[in-house]
Write a protein that binds this ligand. Structure first.
Ligand SMILES: [Zn+2]
Length: 163
């Protein structure tokens, strides 16, 4: 914490935070106390660099598939853009905005959260048809406008698919 006049308070259930959050003027003392506590060299800088290269070499991005993991069919998903205020589903599209029929909240970008869910649940490729299904909209032109607004990279593998 660089603001020296800031008061660091912790939740009584999370007192460990007092060991991890300190004022910046205490940083050198903290480093010294850690050096005193951990005197034995476990790994040389050379070994750490070697390990870092090995980890980077064998890194592969995570590709979780929660639907497969929890044995859920795509057609069992509740689709539609949901309300960020009250969680209702689905919002209605009207005059370029999403309107919640329950709390009447209007949003211009509520679909972004739904499309983030699509990305996490279904994958990184979406088509106009898939967007209409997942966002529960019937208009091809509105779906096309939403896809265009996302500025996604168009893939050549499938007609009008986006990554
Ligand atoms: Zn709502």
């Amino acid at each position: 914490m660089t603001n020296s006049s800031a008061v660091i308070k912790t939740n009584p259930n999370h007192t460990a935070a007092t060991h991890h959050v300190i004022h910046s003027e205490m940083l050198l003392f903290k480093i010294k106390s850690l050096q005193d506590l951990y005197k034995d060299e476990v790994m040389t800088i050379k070994d750490m660099n070697k390990l870092a290269r090995l980890l980077l070499k064998h890194h592969s991005p995570a590709t979780p598939d929660p639907l497969k993991q929890y044995d859920i069919c795509q057609n069992k998903l509740q689709v539609g853009v949901y309300c960020l205020t009250c969680g209702s589903l689905p919002l209605l599209r009207s005059k370029g905005a999403w309107i919640c029929p329950v709390c009447k909240t209007a949003s211009k970008d509520a679909h972004l959260y739904t499309l983030n869910d699509y990305y996490l649940l279904i994958g990184s490729v979406i088509t106009n048809k898939r967007l209409r299904w997942f966002c529960n909209i019937s208009s091809r032109s509105i779906a096309a406008k939403l896809l265009t607004s996302l500025d996604l990279k168009q893939s050549g593998m499938q007609k009008k698919s986006y990554l």
